[in-house]
Design a protein around this ligand. Structure first.
Ligand SMILES: *Cc1c(COP(=O)(O)O)cnc(C)c1O
Length: 422
């Protein structure tokens, strides 16, 4: 292998690296000198381009995916305290959005391969928690979620589903990009996401009333934002119709987003190439389960999540530490929410670990490997080699160090597909 500059064994491989393209840098300079920095013509253009890209009628830009989720849930006008299904394996912000919308989260266990709720785990959560008023569906890692099956298992129409598409820019489901199926789909442009601005979010919907509500409530509930009051051909009047949030996107962010969207096919292609390289590099390592492939649709590959099984020879935690010692940073997506102290206080028996056998088991197995367009082939190879070395070290000698069976907490019922790569 050719070792170029910066490929020394000691070079650190960060878990994530935000890349903003040159066109975005130029566009930001223009906005900064234009005299209009907050939500204005750049936001309007980004919304127009994003809705066309997703193939949906409306797109409303907001400050984050978390705000997008809260505003989308509020737009459904559910009774205060109504139960809302949400995966236990998700980012805490998605659960917080339910609480901030005045609703009650009901956590749902995962399928151990896709790491997302399926019809069975959803039906179990409904049997225990009662009929939900709505559901937040997550396209975990960029893998399309079984939205229709889980909604039907929950007895909900798609107009009561909000999709968390924080990982799903570029995910394809039912032959089309994610973003036009349910009441509202919420995207994230956070720094580590596959369509990055730094911070930002978007709600896409085919429902005019949802779009209208989110558009008002992202900016205090005011009927017409500043651009519409003070932009060309506008008038100054407005009314406040709701106690909204302050969650608008600025023109600076939108200018970055527009340029990043132009370049998105290219960065996604690079992600696909890295994934194929990981697949090859990790295929021969016993006890290392590679990510599940969608049976239908397309994966956006926001994350590459492997599972460390007992046959690997050392535990996930030990692998994580060993990789860190070699300068390879990984992550875990996510610590299940039912393990979080504030939800344990809030939800009582709704966080009983016995309700989440698969999440309990996989939360001790999952590792997210570095995955971003700037990751070089030789760095991917180094990650694969380091994992193979840790596995070999774990299997040779040191039997006392072997990972114990993960069957505590009822996880013995978890089925593990031998070769998840189809
Ligand atoms: C990142 C993330 C969010 C929150 O996105 P922000 O734009 O940072 O608010 C929500 N859900 C999931 C699953 C995420 O990974």
């Amino acid at each position: 292998m050719v070792t170029g500059p910066g490929t020394a064994p000691g070079e650190r491989i960060p878990f994530a690296r935000t890349e903003i393209c040159g066109e975005a840098v130029d566009a930001v300079t223009k906005v900064l000198t234009s005299g209009w920095l907050t939500s204005g013509p750049q936001v309007a253009a980004f919304e127009e381009e994003f809705s066309r890209w997703v193939g949906t009628e409306h797109a409303v830009a907001v400050s984050s995916c978390t705000a997008a989720l809260e505003l989308s849930l509020r737009s459904l006008h559910l009774r205060a305290g109504s139960p809302v299904l949400v995966p236990t394996i998700t980012f805490c912000g998605a659960v917080n959005a339910i609480l901030h919308a005045g609703l009650r989260p009901v956590l749902v266990d995962a399928d151990p391969d896709t790491l997302m709720p399926d019809a069975q785990t959803t039906a179990r959560a409904v049997a225990r928690g009662g009929s939900p008023a709505a559901m937040v569906a997550l396209h975990y890692a960029g893998h399309p979620a079984p939205v229709e099956e889980t909604a039907s298992a929950a007895g909900l129409g798609l107009d009561r589903v909000v999709e968390d598409a924080a990982h799903a820019a570029g995910t394809v489901a039912g032959g089309r990009p994610v973003g036009a199926l349910s009441a509202a789909t919420c995207f994230s442009f956070y720094a580590t996401k596959n369509l990055a601005i730094g911070e930002g979010g978007m709600v896409t919907t085919g429902l005019a009333e949802v779009a209208d509500y989110v558009r008002r409530c992202r900016l205090h509930g005011i009927s017409r934002d500043a651009w519409r009051r003070h932009g060309p051909g506008s008038s100054w009047g407005y009314s406040v119709d709701y106690a909204g949030l302050k969650a608008n996107m600025t023109d600076v962010q939108a200018a970055i987003g527009r340029a990043q969207l132009q370049r998105f096919p290219e960065t996604q292609a690079r992600r696909g190439a890295i994934v194929a390289r990981y697949d090859r590099g990790l295929a021969e390592i016993p006890g290392l389960q590679r990510p599940a492939r969608p049976e239908h649709g397309g994966h956006a590959w926001h994350l590459y999540v492997v599972q460390v099984l007992p046959e690997f020879g050392v535990s996930r935690d030990e692998l994580f530490t060993k990789l860190g010692e070699q300068g390879i940073d990984c992550s875990v997506h996510f610590i299940p929410n039912h393990q979080q102290p504030y939800l344990r206080k809030l939800l009582g028996e709704g966080v009983d670990p016995a309700r989440f056998p698969a999440a309990e088991a996989v939360s001790r197995r999952i590792v997210s490997l570095p995955l971003y367009p700037a990751l070089r082939d030789d760095q991917v190879d180094r990650v694969c080699q380091a994992i193979a070395d840790v596995a070999r070290g774990g299997r040779s000698g040191r039997p006392g160090n072997r990972q114990r069976s993960t069957s505590a907490n009822g996880a013995g019922s978890v089925r593990v597909r031998k070769d998840p790569v189809r």
